[in-house]
Every structure is written in structure tokens, then in C-alpha cells.
Design a protein around this ligand. Sequence first.
Ligand code: CDP
Length: 239
Amino acid sequence: MSLYKERFDGRAFDEVRPIRAEVGIIPSADGSAVFETGGTRAIAVVRGPRTLHPQHMQNPQKGILRVSYGMMPFSVWDRIRPGPSRRSEEISKVTEWALSSVVDLSEFPNTVVDVFIQIPQADAGTRVAGINAAAMALADAGIPMREMISAIAVGKVDKTLIVDVNKMEEDFSEGEGSTDIPMAFTSRRKNIALLQLDGKISTDELKKAIEMGKVACEKVLEAQVEALKKSKSKGIENE
Ligand code: CDP
């Protein structure tokens, strides 16, 4: 029997936090977006495609995607040390892999597309918020994408599976082994673009967690598409 019967913020177990999504927030960038769930906010800025230097890193077959994720020092209560860390390098890499599964840079050989993700405010789930913002920013930049990508973290607190875990929930059963499962799905084929697992879980529970995540990602996708549509209609108005 699970001791965790009700969520601290009163949400249903399968309920995502309130979402805010917007693109074109940085006019000087090629593409940009903000994605927010509850107290977690991610900003993504895209620059490129542009010629990659040094030249020996270029791929003559296609452009490369380069992701840099970072948390701002004041994004959490106890301050983050500025600069790269093992954690930020890992998140940059997994985000790059997730996005690379849908981005098609075959028309842009020898170039690089840079994606900068910054977290000004963190309440857990920053890597998935970053992926959501980055996917929107890439679409805003007009980078060819086979599908959209939407991400969410599912967690296990005590014996209960919950969607879009916040920091208090993540900390609640720390020590007894809370489980955090960030995941991302492609919009059409529903392929898994990211699946990480920190903690312990049975196969059946993992399958259930993935199903819950997939359903929650539909909400994320709706918000992403809505934001992209809004910016398009703005563009038409301006023409
Ligand atoms: O953010 P995400 O859940 O993708 O990654 P995590 O490494 O599991 O971090 C969970 C949460 O811990 C972050 O979202 C922050 O709220 C917090 N955190 C922190 O307070 N200090 C750090 N140095 C790193 C993360």
C-alpha cells in the first residue's frame, strides 16, 4: 500500500502542471521559445545553420546539431555554480540525441545549428522542459523536422506513479529511492526519443509509467503547437 495518497499541490496523479508556451521571445535569434510547467521555466534559443568552425569538425553529408544546457545560478534556492558540470554536460548530450532523432540537416552540409537552453527557474523536470522549449525554438527557426518532440518526467513516489514531478515530490521519498523517469515522444509516430531512469522500478510499472508519460505528452504537444500557430498568425498579420 502506498503512503502517498494525495499530491502536495492537489493535482491528480496523471495531471501536468499549468503550461505556458511561447515562441519568438528573442527577436534577434533565428528561433526561440519559452516553455514553463509550474515553477520550472526553460528558455531555448537557436542559432544557425551557419558554417561550422573548426573545419575538421564539419560533416560534408549534413549539418550537425549542438546543444548546450545550463541552469542559471539563482534558478534554485541554494545557487548553482556557474559554468559546465557533469550534470549539464549529460543533459546537453541527451537533449542533443533526442532532438537529433527528428531534425533533418541533410540540406545543410558543413554547418552547425546551435541550441542554447537556459533554466532561469527550476522546480524539477528541467531537462524535459528544455527539450520542449528547444523543439519549439527549432521549429520557430524553420529547421526541417520530421516530427515535433514533447517531453515529460514521470516519477514514482512511494509506490505511486505520478506525472510531471515537482521538486517537493522528488525530494519526498529520497533515501527510500524515489524514481525519476524523464521521457520524450515524437508527435506522429510516438517513438521514444528519450528515456532515462534514475531509481528502481519493475517492468510492469515502467510500462505503465511510459503510457502515462505518452498521454501527458499530448497536453505538452497541444501547447507547443498552439504557440507555434500563434506566432505564424502573428507573422501573417505583420506581412
Ligand atoms: O531538472 P531535472 O529533473 O531534469 O534533473 P535532475 O538532475 O533530476 O534535477 C532535479 C531538480 O533538482 C532540478 O530541476 C532542480 O530543481 C534541482 N536541482 C538543484 O536544486 N540543484 C542542482 N545542482 C541540480 C538540480
